[in-house]
Design a protein around this ligand. Sequence first.
Ligand code: ADP
Ligand code: ADP
Length: 290
Amino acid sequence: MATNSMNLEDIPSESLMSELLRRMKCASKPDKRLILIVAGPPGSGKGTQSPIIKDEYCLCHLATGDMLRAAVAAKTPLGIKAKEAMDKGELVSDDLVVGIIDEAMKKPSCKKGFILDGFPRTVGQAQKLDDMLGKQGVKIDKVLDFAIDDAVLEERITGRWIHPASGRTYHTKFAPPKVPGLDDVTGEPLVQRKDDTAAVLKSRLDAFHKQTQPVIDYYSEKGIVAKLHAEKPQKEVTDEVKKGPPKKLRNSMDFYSCFEYTFGFIVMPLLFLAQISAVVCSSIGDDYDT
Ligand code: ADP
Ligand code: ADP
């Protein structure tokens, strides 16, 4: 029988170490789940900025577009249902996306909170999300509104290149890869999305203005929207994004987290060194005995 379980021995040491360091850093983050929404039209920079926020606050990044594209590529029943609407730049049904988000929020990597990217896209989805979160006793902390003029978006969308495995995004003019057509980290080929054409962008923008702009208005009434200047250069948008989440959630560290953090950074390496010393000394001891 095929198994999905991963053998730790097959994971490169650098990946294991960086995951360990990530967990140590994340232990210092508050246990209250931080829930953020990144909202804005296609090409406004949500996918570019989300990994930065994700790393800063130890969140998971839930992008419905990525999940749906994976389902389409794997030809799952959900993917087969979603494909037609996606090819035309229309929205798929609320029930399909609400179901996948509900499942995804339960992942262990979402323990400290999550960024919703591309969801909710209709007021109906926003109301269903409120119900889901309400049942868990949590609510949305902030909606980051990537406000931008439509005129800028065609150039951004038609120049976008993606590394499918990691979701890393490049742009031929604004964020070119070191070697054209190849991912900077893995050297694997980059691809363009099938719907990243000027023609399909028109329907996607249409759907955004008719169905998703009202979602931003819905959250504005609740007073939780932070408006960003998404047309600015990438680094400046990053600075604005970092100021978005509520201040009390940015740097707080309670006693328990502080203890976990210092334990991780000071005691763990000492234990590791002690173990190495024990191995080295016992082998010297063996040589001496023989
Ligand atoms: P979204 O996820 O909102 O659809 P992306 O983050 O994928 O948008 O960005 C669309 C394209 O624009 C990508 O090719 C990205 O490299 C580029 N891009 C992102 N932010 C900026 C920016 N501030 N200025 C110029 N280009 C940007
Ligand atoms: P964009 O770059 O246009 O923001 P996404 O990657 O978020 O694109 O989504 C791609 C497509 O997936 C959308 O055009 C739509 O067909 C579908 N989709 C993604 N999220 C949703 C959602 N929350 N509700 C309905 N359809 C969605």
